[in-house]
Design a protein around this ligand. Structure first.
Ligand code: AVI
Length: 319
């Protein structure tokens, strides 16, 4: 059985306080991590299969077209750390090419992580599998675990362009943390979504069948559960637009009519018609901008692969 370590502090009171404070700001905000309850994860899986949502399949093509070339640039028998591993399906496709000494799956969803690491271990009985349950975007505490195998350098695997969901300053803080854990020989293999025409971007985040709308609106059910709030999702509509100045897709929930929402005991918020709640940013980069972000985080991009349309980039970085 795989080892499972938990460094997560459970739904702390101050996190709920932050959630409430975000909703009470003049420009209301809900942290995008609340998009991913069980229903949100299912809907996100559906999003990844949509025609309009190009990132997942484009990255998968880059990986399958260049897997051996990428693996050839990695250290021998590394510790492979899958950040946000989910069902570990992406990692499974790398095991033959990379031959890691061990796999460390990191995810916030503990039960799911345990069953996916168990599946990896069953299919690869010789491989050491460790699951680490934590909110790795905030607390990536792997130094002791990595130090158990000092001769196997870490390869951090962060696919899917999730780095785009950080604001650039927070992305840099996160990448610096990876840099600090990398030691001399560590590597980061990371996918980033690239700038492209607005229509393609906006369709990817506002698909015709309404899956992304359901995904966005579901966040209100999560907030209702977490805070005991009383949002009525049908009084909001999904909107996604590309903000040129910040080079990011912004997902909003827009109030269809003026109404008041009970957020917690003795706490209500009034929404005017058209008033918005920001639920997610998804930043898009040029190749040079992403290289510069890596460099500002103390990481040097040694190799880069893209699809023929230059829609998505896979970057290999080293300290
Ligand atoms: C998880 N992340 C990379 C997705 C993205 O594209 O920013 C989340 C997403 N939101 C709406 N569609 C997909």
């Amino acid at each position: 059985m795989p080892r499972l370590e938990t460094t997560l502090r459970l739904p702390a009171q101050d996190e709920l306080q932050q959630l409430l404070q975000g909703l009470l700001q003049p420009s209301a905000r809900i942290d995008s991590k609340y998009l991913y309850d069980d229903r949100g994860c299912e809907l996100f899986t559906d999003i990844c299969r949509l025609d309009e949502y190009y990132p997942t399949r484009t990255e998968a093509h880059i990986f399958s077209d260049h897997r051996d070339a990428i693996a050839a640039q990695l250290p021998d028998t590394p510790q492979w750390i899958d950040l946000g591993c989910g069902d570990c399906s992406k990692t499974l496709t790398w095991l033959d090419a990379v031959q890691p000494a061990r796999v460390i799956g990191v995810d916030i969803a503990g039960e799911f992580l345990h069953s996916s690491m168990a599946a990896v271990a069953r299919a690869n009985p010789e491989l050491e599998c460790v699951g680490v349950v934590c909110d790795f975007t905030q607390h990536l505490e792997l130094q002791e675990l990595l130090a158990e195998r000092p001769t196997n350098p870490p390869v951090f695997f962060y696919p899917g362009s999730s780095i785009g969901n950080f604001e650039p300053r927070d992305a840099m803080r996160f990448l610096r943390r990876i840099r600090a854990l990398s030691g001399e020989h560590g590597r980061l293999l990371i996918g980033a979504d690239l700038l492209k025409p607005r229509a393609i971007l906006e369709a990817a985040y506002d698909d015709a069948s309404g899956v992304t709308a359901a995904f966005n609106l579901n966040i209100l059910n999560v907030v209702n559960r977490e805070l005991g709030a009383e949002f009525q999702p049908e009084l909001f509509r999904h909107q996604a637009h590309f903000d040129e100045a910040h080079r990011r897709i912004e997902m909003h929930l827009v109030a269809r009519e003026r109404h008041s929402v009970r957020l917690a005991r003795h706490t209500h918020r009034y929404f005017g018609a058209g008033e918005r709640i920001v639920t997610e940013y998804s930043h898009k980069y040029s190749v040079d901008e992403f290289r510069a972000l890596l460099a500002a985080s103390g990481l040097h991009c040694s190799h880069y692969w893209a699809d023929p349309q230059d829609w998505f980039g896979v970057f290999l970085a080293e300290p």
